[in-house]
Design a protein around this ligand. Structure first.
Ligand code: TXA
Ligand code: MG
Length: 350
């Protein structure tokens, strides 16, 4: 299949591209869609065949449910069995935006879209192209992150093309994603709200709005293998570059010394090693492949660049990658959640 990329520029010509994309989705096809978090692989959430296509294109296990994207509050009611008061409070504050809420579903949403679950994850994105596309389609777009399963998510149309070329007919290029990390997922289907994935909205923002929130244990990676994870996606390896990624944590000087030491060892055995550092430390490393993810004083930039830098590691054929830890105040929980998963929990504490 030929994969077309259409660059949008906010002008009147965008309408034709969005209408073409909406037509494809209504016909059961898939489209690469920009959102403020990461790019999505968009299909009609009400069409079981379309959801099956999404799993096939990503190579994603079919028990890993998809998020349904809506553009308007009134579109929530038909797809859920009830709307708890907490959802109204949260939506008032954070929708449209990077927050996904989980509800008990109605019959309108097919089980193919929810990976067989009786609950449905719903998000209202703020990106104007995503919103226009939802309105041009059936009003309900199922969209996982547009990466091939297991790879880092895509924050540009080019990255979607890398993973989806030949598999989908169209990618809408809306420029780089603003946030660069996926949405926060909060489960409202039970009595106490439970955080399943940290993301663009922080835990303290949610707590300020709702009060008590449970944190799902799988978030920190301390998942008991015998326990069934609530967000099925959490049991799969994620975001991983091809090389072996190791996080080095501790006081800044010790981290620099330890990475330089590991680097020398790696280079002496002929391994191609790379470093993911902050702007403040990048010039303290001896290797040839040192990438700065941004300044520790600008956590939005670190979040925005994380997936992009992980993908760059593959292009550089890095066999071993040492990364600093980035425990920044607001987005640090989400940044570290992705980095730890990408590293398969490989962490050296110094
Ligand atoms: O920011 C985002 O959320 C992006 C953009 C495209 O909107 N989408 C995204 O989708 O990250 P995906 O499929 O890559 O991640 C969705 C996560 C998965 O871990 C999945 O298991 C979980 O949400 N999920 C979806 N529906 C669920 C449900 N009913 N119950 C529990 N977890 C659910
Ligand atoms: Mg994903």
């Amino acid at each position: 299949m030929y994969t077309e990329i259409i660059r949008l520029n906010g002008g009147a010509e965008d309408e034709a591209a969005i209408s073409k994309a909406g037509g494809l989705i209504k016909a059961g096809e898939l489209v690469g869609m920009p959102t403020e978090t990461v790019y999505g692989l968009a299909g009609d959430a009400l069409n079981p065949a379309s959801s099956k296509k999404i799993y096939a294109a990503k190579g994603r296990p079919s028990d890993n449910p998809l998020i349904v994207h809506i553009s308007d509050w009134d579109h929530l009611k038909p797809i859920v069995s009830e709307i708890p008061e907490s959802a109204k409070l949260l939506a008032d504050k954070f929708w449209p935006g990077p927050l996904t809420l989980i509800f008990n579903k109605s019959d309108l949403i097919p089980l193919e879209t929810t990976g067989g679950l009786e609950t449905v994850a719903v998000r209202m994105p703020i990106h104007p192209v995503a919103r226009a596309l939802i309105r041009e389609s059936t009003g309900y777009i199922a969209a996982p992150s547009a990466n091939a399963s297991g790879r880092p998510s895509c924050t540009t149309a080019e990255e979607v093309y890398e993973d989806m070329n030949g598999l989908i007919p169209l990618i809408l290029d809306g420029g780089p994603s603003d946030i660069g990390l996926e949405s926060t997922i909060l489960d409202l289907s039970d009595s106490v709200p439970e955080l399943l994935r940290p993301g663009g909205i922080s835990l303290s923002e949610l707590t300020a709005c709702l009060g008590n929130i449970k944190i799902n244990p799988a978030i920190d990676g301390v998942l008991d293998p015998a326990q069934k994870p609530k967000a099925p996606g959490m049991k799969y390896r994620h975001y991983a570059p091809k090389g072996r990624l190791i996080i080095v944590e501790g006081a800044r000087d010790k981290v620099v010394a330890a990475i330089n030491h590991e680097l020398m060892k790696a280079l002496s055995t002929g391994k191609r090693a790379a470093i993911i550092a902050s702007e403040e430390t990048a010039n303290k490393y001896k290797g040839d492949i040192v990438r700065s993810i941004g300044s520790l004083t600008d956590e939005s930039e670190i979040a925005r660049r994380l997936f992009n830098i992980l993908r760059e590691m593959d292009k550089l054929n890095a066999e071993l990658i040492f990364a600093e830890a980035f425990h920044t105040p607001r987005l640090g929980m989400a940044i570290m959640n992705r980095l730890i998963r990408a590293a398969g929990h490989n962490i050296i504490y110094v």
